[in-house]
Design a protein. Sequence first.
Length: 185
Amino acid sequence: MERISWDQYFMTQSHLLSLRSTCTRLAVGATIVRDKRIIAGGYNGSIKGGVHCIDDGCYVIDNHCVRTIHAEMNALLQCAKFGAKTEEAEIYVTHFPCLQCCKAIIQSGVTAVYYAQDYKNHPYAVELFEQASVTVKHVPLEYDITSLEEQERHLQLKELFVALEKDNLSMEELQRVFTKAKMML
């Protein structure tokens, strides 16, 4: 068995962190690495003790949820809080950083940004990364990571389809199965 690359290892960590996100619009995770060691991680969520999007919905202003702190900022703040040096570090993010996170990443001395998915890639963010000589590399996740809730939904759907294969399914039973499947999707 071949080991996964360092890029895939750290990107997988970011995806794992994204499963802690409390924003219902987009789950994002970020991992800051220096010398092949994780120094901090973050996910998008509310401030400490604040109301979460999963509880009260997103608080959207100008098409942005302002209730959450972005994953990149949370990871950088963890470094500041615990005294971890970000100079010459790298960051692995599940989605391309927004313009504000881009500026914070540059100011913190991070030298490389690896992202798994495009997300509203702002041309000015791309330009700023280039001006600051920050390496930006697309690293798609090669491994499937699903939440436990999603895995449970898949199992339930599989059970429903197995039930459909049974002989002599009444129209009423068939309707019940389709209704249950619709609710899951």
